[in-house]
Design a binder for this molecule. Sequence first.
Ligand SMILES: [Fe+2]
Ligand SMILES: [Fe+2]
Length: 357
Amino acid sequence: MEQKIAYYGGTFDPIHDGHIKIIKYLLNNNFDKVIIVPTNKNPLKVNNPIANIDHRLNMIKLAIKNIRNVEISLEEVHNINSYTYNTVMKLKEKYNNITLVLGTDIKQNISKWYKYDKLLKQVNFLWITRKDRYKNSININNLPNVSSSEIRVGEKWIYLNKSVLKYIHKNTLYFKEILKYYTNNKSRVIHSINVAKKAHELANKNKIDANKAYIAGYLHDIAKYLDKDIMLNIMENNYNKHLKENWKTYHAFVGSYIVKNKLLINDIDIINAIKYHTTGTSKKMTLFNMIIFLADKVSDERQYENVEKIRYIVNNDIIEAYKYIIKNNYKKFKNNQKDTLLIKAYKYWCGQNEKLN
Ligand SMILES: [Fe+2]
Ligand SMILES: [Fe+2]
């Protein structure tokens, strides 16, 4: 019997639970096979995908690992500006009964597609809708309310397959978009990337996990320009005992909250390194935390009096450099701080009675 094929194209930047739900629906409803056709570029879209095609393919493979009767076509991966019509004709060499599965967001534009009239004669169309009903459309119940564009700015990551989520973290995919979205500040994005690079370099040198250091460095200032009321709210509900810290340090606590609860990073080293990157802390301050703390102070774009001296110490001895900065901060701020993390850090690392010159 002739196989009924669903052709499911898209950028999958990245693939999420909405896509997976559609694939499963198709397989449960008369289709023998779903062929996923990732596009390298979309000829009608000005914006090209953010994640490169290798990453997008890897994520698709992770997400469909346990689903049978799904294939990936590399037709449009190899032919960068290929058109659906061409791909369909290729698949027609093997399959006769092909249905194009499309989101209704494409409907307005479809008549502009390359050889649209001919395409109509070659395939069936199946429209996936959320609410509306069109001819040849299906309305999949409980389709998760999520889009790849939301995911690309760090929203709704609960709708990512766990392996895909890990892959995104590990490869820092979409981090730049996330920072642009959260900070809306170009120089903060540049600073963050520089801190990531510096943290990576220092971690390598000190034989600790450089990939993790890169991630923590990249995200350390994610909350820097968040609305003050939102920050205060997160502080009050989660870091009540740190409300007495200088408000300029709040972004560190709130940043660690966002990384944990929005980006779903559960690595305690990364979470703590972000949390303590402005204040430092006492015995909880690991070598990993110190590296993020210091990378932030000596990233390539940093220019202030003394920076070369601090760079020199950082390159030679992480703990000494940390103590040096804590001591300087203590000298600067001790009069207007009481019982803060800085004071605790100073007492623990530099000793209460040490002379301050
Ligand atoms: Fe910061
Ligand atoms: Fe920073």
